[in-house]
Design a binder for this molecule. Structure first.
Ligand SMILES: NC(=O)c1ccc[n+]([C@@H]2O[C@H](COP(=O)([O-])OP(=O)(O)OC[C@H]3O[C@@H](n4cnc5c(N)ncnc54)[C@H](O)[C@@H]3O)[C@@H](O)[C@H]2O)c1
Length: 298
């Protein structure tokens, strides 16, 4: 999508952090903005700030975990601006940081927390695609979808298993969906950021405490608040980087190239363990190999 002026973007989690950075960058480029977020107060503040910058924007209520909420939000957005050109499935939560600074091991992770992270980070992206792809296809394609994954969607450090697993799922959804939509002229990208200034710790705690009980963080020893870290990347820079990638129809969006060696280490580990066939002389048939190939990689 080279021409973005006048296009309409629907951004989940658009009230804060990376989503808000994308909104600002897209607004600068003359796009119309739908800010979809579960947080009414921050959404209203975001709309105020974007309007003051002269951007044409509209807020809609959305909980990405709910199919009904997606349909209602999409209908409202289309009633205001018409068909959506760009969907940014960006809303997400972290798995939480412990107050004592120790890592949250998988064996100590509550089942409800694991399910909540997957519900927002993975089911949310699935429902976004389920809602908007048929609408984009119905009007002849020419749309773009950006799913916010993470560097943790390509490498899985210890103490981050739940979050990483959810973000690996976002990477896989994006890669497969891109190939599924290629002949319908809808691009798909996965945004894989490293550290970005945002409220992720705070908004994740809000979701945990709202869904799992108001005392959840206190009882399980999680941080409920964390100031925005000024050392991290500016979200507007991420937003502008995303815009370039949409124009270029890139599959992967890497605002932080310094992670390349860590990604290479993972691929090297995979290659080291690929050796001889478990069954002497056996190879899978060509049809199975062909069905396993993703043309989006080449
Ligand atoms: N900040 C980073 O360093 C970083 C790095 C890699 C990936 N990410 C990813 O970026 C995305 C955006 O996070 P951020 O860092 O900008 O955090 P943020 O907390 O500033 O923004 C997240 C927004 O998502 C909204 N949200 C949360 N649950 C929701 C739900 N169920 N329905 C609708 N909206 C919901 C929140 O209200 C908030 O406005 C997330 O998917 C996160 O995993 C962040």
């Amino acid at each position: 999508m080279e021409q973005v002026q006048g296009k309409i973007a629907f951004i989940t989690g658009g009230a804060s952090g990376i989503g808000f950075g994308m909104a600002q960058a897209f607004g600068e480029a003359g796009m119309k903005l739908v800010i979809a977020d579960v947080d009414v107060e921050r959404r209203t503040a975001a709309i105020d700030a974007l309007s003051k910058n002269g951007f044409d924007c509209h807020g809609v209520d959305l909980d990405v975990r709910s199919a009904a909420s997606w349909t209602a939000a999409a209908d409202l957005a289309e009633a205001r601006f018409g068909a959506i050109d760009i969907l940014c499935n960006n809303a997400g939560i972290g798995q939480g940081r412990r107050t004592d600074g120790t890592r949250l091991l998988l064996e100590a992770t509550d089942e409800e927390l694991f399910r909540l992270v997957f519900d927002i980070n993975v089911t949310g992206v699935f429902l976004g695609a389920r809602t908007f792809v048929p609408r984009m296809v119905a009007r002849g394609g020419a749309g773009h979808i950006v799913n916010t994954g993470s560097m943790a969607g390509l490498i899985a450090p210890p103490g981050l298993a739940t979050y990483s697993a959810s973000k690996y799922a976002v990477t896989a959804l994006s890669e497969s969906l891109r190939a599924e939509l290629a002949d319908r002229h809808i691009g798909v990208s996965v945004l894989c950021p490293g550290g970005v200034q945002s409220r992720l710790e705070t908004t994740s705690a809000e979701r945990r405490n709202q869904q799992l009980g108001s005392g959840y963080d206190r009882e399980t020893g999680f941080l409920s608040d964390r100031p925005i870290n000024p050392e991290m990347m500016d979200p507007i820079a991420v937003g502008r980087h995303v815009l370039r990638a949409i124009r270029n129809n890139d599959l992967y969006i890497f605002p932080h190239p310094e992670y390349v060696d860590l990604i290479a280490e993972r691929f090297a580990a995979i290659q080291r363990n690929i050796g001889l066939s478990a069954q002497d002389g056996y190879t899978d048939p060509d049809w199975l190999l062909a069905a396993s190939r993703n043309p989006a990689y080449s």
